[in-house]
Every structure is written in C-alpha cells, then in structure tokens.
Design a protein around this ligand. Structure first.
Ligand code: GSH
Length: 194
C-alpha cells in the first residue's frame, strides 16, 4: 500500500484518518507505542525528525530530494491528501480557501481551544463567528464535504472530549455540527483507534 499513516492513541492523527476514511482512500495504519517512546526512536525520527504524530509516508510519490515523500504536520498531511487523493483543487482559489480553513483550524482555533491564556479572550469571539457560518448548514467550501470541514469540525468535536464543562448552548450551530460529526461512520472509525 502506498500510504502509511503514523499516529498514536487519541492523537491528531485522527484528523487525516477521518479524511482518509471519509474519502475511501486505502492506507496502512501504524499505531506507535508512544508510552514506550516509539515516536522518539531513530526509525520514526527518520520520518518526522521532531518526533511528533501524525506523519505520513507516500511510497508512490518521490520527494524532491529523492526517496518516498514523508510529511509531518496534520495540516500539511490533510492538504496533500486533499490535493493528490481527494482531487479537491481545480483552481488556485479552491486551494487557497482550503489552506485558509486548515490553517484557521490548526493555528487560530487550536490556540483558542488549547492555550488556556487565550481561551477566555478568543474562544467566545471565534465561536460566535463560526456559529454564524455553520448555521448556513453548507460545506465550508463548495457543495460537498472536504478537507476544510475535516479540519474545522475535527477541532470542534474535540470540545466535548477535552472540555466537557464548556457551555456551548450559546452556539447551537456549533453544537449541531459536533453532533453531526460524531454521528458520521468515518469519524467514528477514525476515533476508534486514533
Ligand atoms: N502541529 C502538530 C502537532 C503535533 C503534535 O504535537 N502531536 C502530539 C500528539 S497529538 C505528539 O506527537 N506528541 C508527542 C511529543 O511531543 O512527544 C500537528 O498538527 O501535527
């Protein structure tokens, strides 16, 4: 199999796993034993020198420096999968919008969720704007579910997992999106072992 995805239990590997499952893209799954520091051993450091998951290897693609393509950063992995295997981009505009949402999810939204000092200030502002956009009940880009929805909705679905005490009732469209995400079979598959 050309694609191998490396991840850990309950890690950000669930995002590319969800994308792969949703799009029916075949891949091998390598669950690292992070308790035993497998992600810090030379074999994995050759794939991601920073020792973090997820990482992806595509043996059907040749890296500019030769050898198979190896990628780290969940956002870069998602965008590569969407480009090469999901065939999501037929114009620079589509690609730019996908990059915008993936970067928003992985940088702006992730910071507002996971950095405690930013949460109080940023979280309500971002949630209010997201709620308005999600209330339109259409994919973030174009007519069908894609990489932008994967990145943003995966982060939203972290909320009840990591912050069950957060009151989301002021954001009904966010709540509905989380429920719809958790009901998707591909999401459940990705979360079951990631
Ligand atoms: N920005 C990176 C974050 C990667 C990351 O921090 N991964 C965590 C798991 S969710 C990890 O590998 N932690 C192990 C460590 O830092 O030793 C991404 O989105 O891929």
């Amino acid at each position: 199999m050309a694609l191998t995805l490396y991840g850990g239990p309950r890690s950000r590997a669930s995002m590319p796993r969800w994308y792969l499952a949703e799009k029916g893209i075949a891949y091998s799954w390598r669950l690292l034993d992070m308790q035993a520091d497998e992600h810090r051993q030379p074999a994995f450091l050759a794939i991601n020198p920073f020792g973090k998951v997820p990482a992806l290897e595509d043996s059907s693609a040749v890296a500019p420096q030769g050898g198979p393509l190896r990628l780290f950063e969940s956002g870069a992995i998602l965008l590569y999968l969407a480009d090469r295997y999901g065939q999501e981009f037929s114009s620079p505009e589509q690609r730019a919008l996908a990059e915008q949402w993936v970067l928003f999810a992985n940088a702006t939204l992730a910071t507002a969720l996971f950095v405690e000092s930013a949460r109080e200030r940023e979280f309500p502002r971002l949630m209010a704007a997201l709620d308005q956009r999600l209330a339109e009940a259409t994919p973030l880009i174009g007519a069908s579910w894609g990489v932008a929805d994967c990145a943003v909705n995966a982060h939203l679905a972290y909320l009840p997992i990591f912050f069950p005490q957060l009151d989301l009732s002021p954001y009904p469209a966010v709540q509905a999106t989380i429920e719809a995400t958790r009901a998707r079979p591909a999401y459940q598959t990705a979360m079951a072992t990631a």
